[in-house]
Ligand binder design. Structure first.
Ligand code: LMR
Length: 398
């Protein structure tokens, strides 16, 4: 038999939680697993701006023909402006360009193949910890992975250790940085920290790959782009992976982009020719619908303003859930112990709960979170914060 030697691998540590949660019959269960935003009704809504854009597309779109290796050029321009700033000198000088990809994950995979094929021998440095799929994507592409310390076992950010390690990185290696809303920890670098990282990157001639999956979920659409714009203004070459899954709520439509910033327009064209070639072997043409929705929204002042308001509302709700959860933990004497939840940004919190506590939370209280202790705060039911706090308190005092 051909398949006789094939064994079984464990399910994905994050997506596997969707099934486990759905199968749980407990009506009082909590879904803090996969990074998906839920509103006050426990739904992951389709944004109103998205609904309107989709209606326009249904009425006006003329073809479903192939879209080309880099996707829709209008989408590429608009997403580049969102990330780099509408008046970015890079865009004026034609030094930056976006390739449309199936989600941020697709952008990462394209970047990984680009490094493996076009920058042979360069390793990549990932934060410890990082999103587990960063590890597997670069490993699959055959890129050597190393780690820089980020958040230690005391659940605090250790910038000094990060800088010291990067100071030892081989000249020319790639360093993956999370623009904002660090996944899984929620701990972000301060502006001061970013300036220090920039200096090391410059000294070691590292190529930054900035993963920007949560624009608008930290401090604001423009504010969250600060680090990316700093790096692209100060360095000649930068790679950026952008995702529209969360901020447009287009998770299943798979919309993202790999934005390349190169030294000049000629070099950008060279690099983009390689990306089109690599994408042809991965997915040929990227899926269109989600990117068409994003382009419709970003290309229309009224829809764009409406969308920005919707992102603002999602961000505010997450901030309220963070402070609400810490308040709910106060009667158990745990407000200080979990004060970091208020300092973290974006969807996720590295709670500091260990693997055993996470398991008990799941088995005894139907609270689902990733084994690392990562909780998706954006999935918390705000009307049941007391019950969640009680369950957390019980595993903390066991
Ligand atoms: C997450 O980390 O939960 C999200 O980015 C979803 C995913 O693809 O893992």
């Amino acid at each position: 038999m051909h398949f006789a030697a094939i064994g079984r691998v464990p399910g994905d540590p994050i997506l596997g939680l969707i099934d486990a949660y759905n199968q749980d019959r407990n009506p009082n269960k909590f879904d803090l697993g996969v990074g998906v935003y839920k509103d006050a009704n426990g739904l992951t809504p389709i944004l109103q701006s998205v609904k309107q854009a989709e209606q326009r597309l249904v009425d006006q779109q003329l073809t479903k023909s192939y879209i080309g290796g880099h996707g829709d050029s209008r989408f590429g321009e608009l997403i580049s402006e969102l990330v780099l700033g509408a008046d970015s000198p890079l865009l004026k000088a034609k030094r930056a360009g976006a390739s449309q990809t199936p989600g941020g994950t697709g952008a990462l995979r394209l970047a990984a193949d680009f490094i493996a094929h076009c920058l042979p021998g360069r390793g990549i440095w990932l934060s410890d910890p990082t999103w587990p799929i960063h590890e597997t994507i670069f490993a699959s592409a055959g890129v050597k992975i190393s780690h820089y310390p980020y958040v230690g076992s005391d659940n605090t950010l250790n910038v000094e250790a990060m800088l010291q390690t990067l100071e030892q990185a081989p000249i020319g290696d790639v360093v993956l940085l999370h623009a904002c809303c660090h996944n899984p920890t929620g701990f972000d670098l301060s502006q001061d920290d970013w300036l220090k990282v920039l200096e090391v990157v410059r000294r070691r001639e590292l190529l930054p790959l900035i993963d920007f999956a949560y624009q608008g979920f930290g401090d604001g659409l423009e504010e969250d782009a600060w680090s990316t714009r700093l790096f692209t203004a100060q360095l000649p070459e930068v790679l950026i992976t952008s995702s529209c899954s969360k901020n447009f709520g287009l998770y299943r439509e798979r919309v993202g982009a790999l934005i390349v910033c190169a030294g000049d327009a000629e070099k950008l064209t060279d690099v983009r020719s390689q990306l089109a070639n690599l994408a042809r072997n991965l997915w040929s043409n990227p899926p269109d619908h989600g990117a068409a929705v994003v382009a419709t929204i970003l290309g229309d002042a009224q829809l764009k303003a409406q969308w920005a308001d919707e992102v603002h509302a999602m961000r505010n709700r997450i901030a309220q859930l963070r402070s609400g959860l810490v308040e709910a933990l106060a009667p158990f004497g745990l407000a200080e112990h979990f004060a970091h939840i208020n300092l973290q940004r974006g969807m996720f919190s590295y709670t500091g709960l260990n693997a055993e506590q996470v398991q008990v939370l799941r088995e005894k209280h139907s609270v689902y979170m990733v084994g690392s202790g990562r909780a998706n705060i954006a999935g918390v039911d705000g009307t049941r914060l007391d019950a969640l706090a009680k369950a957390i308190a019980q595993v903390c005092t066991r």
